[in-house]
Design a protein around this ligand. Structure first.
Ligand SMILES: NC(=O)c1ccc[n+]([C@@H]2O[C@H](COP(=O)([O-])OP(=O)(O)OC[C@H]3O[C@@H](n4cnc5c(N)ncnc54)[C@H](O)[C@@H]3O)[C@@H](O)[C@H]2O)c1
Length: 431
């Protein structure tokens, strides 16, 4: 029976997981090595924007959800320890597992009795990581506790912007575990969720997460490649043609959101799709598998951003003021990691465009602080539109659609195809 649950790493995934299990009445302890993040959480503030999580934090902080200053205190007496730390891209695109492995070592060092602990890897890791990297690491540690720790892989499928809802109402839970004790505890943890809990091996669980993310990345790159062809052909209404594609009855029954991935924009971004596609392509290269499709998905994601810059420079001269609307990688999020806006603005600066003013309803501060680009930031979308010669929609926030629909007094480069024509048609390159 579960005594307590520990969550290590309180980012998007970890904080949602911790509060989600507290919502299901488990005693949860959370730890993060970022003291600023811990202090904000202790004050009841979210370190990022995520609807629903703020109320959950208020409900559970100091009750079902306790913050602890270190891993040792967090792990003591816990039955399940979830690792939710980052797994960024390494230099060759491989998954950098150093943060995860360091956290695993710290957990083992903190186990001071032989109480059985299941170490659950919720971070996204390439298939084979639990079996071929984490398990041998634990066996090699001088501390005997490493031997008594059972391992499981339990990838997370939540989407930023609806993380709370996705966690509480998953369509399926994937539990990769070889050992029956680990399975029993994880089955208990997820018993209160109305979703099938699929028991697979840890390697299969890890693989399923990459199946999911690389399919989404592939759909996006496919749509982007087709949109580049359509742009050259000319006279093609992207919104209408893709809308009619989605009318095919074979799409029906799939959640509506799936069709939104088979729709062009200016490239996939965020923390997951870019790094996970890179990581699996790297794994394929290492294993000698010819994974041309994945390599092309990545190449197309770079090409669509170059095409976006071409569309802007075809419309705006270097002396003109360009207004970039949208800095987060998607609407309803303040996450700017791998945001296409970064590459697009950097590309414009490289081509000598110096007069750039940008806006985002939520992500301006994050973007300015993370990337420190020599551009200006507007207080409001209206202000940016008014002072720009050419307006670029880089993130499809509803606010921008409402503001710009029907506006015809200045060129709008709609990189997300979110406006109805004629504006979109007006800036299509001629063949
Ligand atoms: N963000 C998403 O939408 C999403 C969705 C599904 C899966 N994932 C995967 O989940 C993992 C986490 O993603 P995220 O977006 O939550 O990352 P994040 O960067 O937002 O959060 C990770 C947290 O872990 C903390 N941390 C790192 N090392 C630690 C240690 N030794 N002890 C305690 N805390 C430590 C960091 O300070 C940070 O707060 C990644 O592998 C990611 O690929 C992310």
């Amino acid at each position: 029976m579960i005594q307590a649950i520990t969550v290590i790493g309180l980012g998007f995934v970890g904080l949602t997981t911790a509060l989600g299990f507290a919502e299901k009445s488990f005693r949860v302890r959370g730890v993060d090595k970022d003291s600023r993040r811990l202090a904000r959480l202790a004050a009841g503030q979210l370190p990022f924007h995520e609807p629903g999580l703020d109320d959950a934090l208020r409900r559970h902080l100091g009750k079902g959800f306790l913050l602890t200053p270190g891993i040792a205190e967090a792990v003591r007496g816990s039955s399940l320890v979830f690792l939710c730390v980052g797994t960024p891209s390494g230099p060759d695109g491989d998954a950098d597992l150093s943060i995860l492995l360091q956290a695993a070592r710290e957990v083992v060092a903190a186990i001071d009795d032989v109480a059985p602990v299941v170490l659950v890897i919720k971070s996204t890791v390439p298939p084979g990581t639990t079996r071929d990297v984490v398990a041998p690491l634990l066996r090699s540690l001088p501390d005997a506790a490493g031997e008594s720790v059972a391992l499981a892989a339990n990838p997370e499928f939540l989407r930023e912007g609806c993380a709370w809802d996705d966690f509480l109402r998953p369509d399926r839970v994937v539990v990769g575990v070889d050992d029956d004790r680990g399975w029993a505890l994880l089955a208990e943890a997820y018993a209160g969720f109305a979703a099938p809990v699929e028991r697979v091996t840890p390697t299969e669980a890890e693989f399923i997460k990459y199946l999911s993310n690389t399919l989404l990345a592939t759909l996006i790159s496919f749509a982007n490649e087709m949109s580049m062809i359509a742009g050259r052909v000319g006279g093609i209404d992207i919104r209408r043609t893709f809308g009619i594609l989605h009318g095919d009855k074979r799409w029906h029954g799939a959640p509506a959101a799936m069709a939104s991935y088979a729709f062009p924009g200016c490239g996939f971004g965020g923390y997951c799709l870019p790094k996970d596609t890179q990581a699996i392509a790297h794994l394929a290269r290492r294993l000698g598998v010819e994974a041309g499709l994945l390599e092309q998905v990545i190449a197309t994601n770079a090409a669509i951003k170059r095409a976006a810059i071409d569309r802007i420079t075809a419309t705006a001269g270097p002396a003109q003021m360009i207004g970039i609307l949208g800095l987060s990688f998607k609407p309803e999020s303040d996450d700017v990691r791998e945001s296409p806006s970064l590459d697009i603005i950097a590309g414009l600066l490289e081509r000598g465009y110096r007069r750039i003013v940008a806006h985002d309803p939520m992500a301006t501060a994050n973007f300015a602080e993370s990337y420190r680009l020599p551009i200006e930031y507007g207080q409001s979308a209206r202000e940016v539109v008014d002072c720009s010669d050419v307006v670029v929609i880089a993130t499809a926030w509803c606010e921008y659609v409402n503001l710009l629909t029907g506006v015809a007094d200045k060129p709008v480069v709609d990189l997300r195809h979110c406006l109805k024509p004629p504006i979109d048609d007006a800036e299509q390159p001629t063949p």
